[in-house]
Design a protein around this ligand. Sequence first.
Ligand code: DOR
Ligand code: ZN
Length: 329
Amino acid sequence: MNISLKSPLDMHVHLRQDDMLRQVTPFTSEQFVGAVCMPNTLPPVDNLERYTSYISNIKDAAAPHSFEPYVPLFFRSDYTREELSSAREQLFGIKLYPAGVTTNSEDGVAELKLIEPVLEIMQDLDLPLLVHGETSGYSPDREREFVDVYDHLATTFPKLRITMEHITTKEAVEFLDKHPNVFATVTLHHLLYTMDDMLGGLFNPFLFCKPILKSAEDRDAIQQLVLSGHAKVMFGSDSAPHTEILKRTEGMAGCFTAPVLLPMLAQFFEDHDQLDLLQAFVSDHARKIYGVHPPERTVVLEREEWVVPPRYGSIVPVNAGETLRWKVV
Ligand code: DOR
Ligand code: ZN
């Protein structure tokens, strides 16, 4: 038995830069024909020159596959109308990081009040806003607290498309239907795991990420949302590689899921007798929401067991050592 997926997309991934970029990109370009590649590099992708060269570096690393990188610019409160409108045709969107909430977000927005002039321009240009929606409050509450910010933004800019990236809570799920201009991505790890998988026994640093894994109740709400086939929900892995050393010694946040994504997703949908929903979750919803036309390629999974290696070079994947039952052909 095979599963054929038409032009799967990963709507949120971290491919990094330099050697790491070359090492991790093939996992994404083998399984997906395009991806939203996050701009929190060092320095961040926050001008057109870096934007163009980042896209070209990703395409080189993705070869021989034809692969479309959708790179949102890193939000700066001082983007001008001229800057954004002259580049509009090339741009995919802008990613907002509140300062300091996650990896390489030090150059993010320190004062949310100051972002509105840029949002006004984005709304006029129909340039989507992608958001890492966490406050700097108590870790498990950060996303719940941010829902008020989403509410304010969606109300103030009703024509601005806003994507709540990597949602993890039942509050975010409930909020999704409040505004027609609000969408969401869901990761593999927040769909499958809870905080106990990370620290209920011995601490598993490879499941440590931002937003932090939540309760079973939150995870179940995310599962129900995805299994309802909700058209505002897209798959975005948030695969975020760090070397094993940095994970263990510096406590870097990020789960490297890229090598296991489609096999694990197939397993999840099959376990819930909903394999027919996989195609829309990994491609169709995103195409409609963003109006993108990614390369046409069919990715096939076959039923064949394989064991996830303990590491890929210096990076430990999520599910290392586990036997998966679907394999990308
Ligand atoms: O866990 C995370 N890691 N969450 C993010 O939002 C960023 C990412 C990274 O870049 O490492
Ligand atoms: Zn991310």
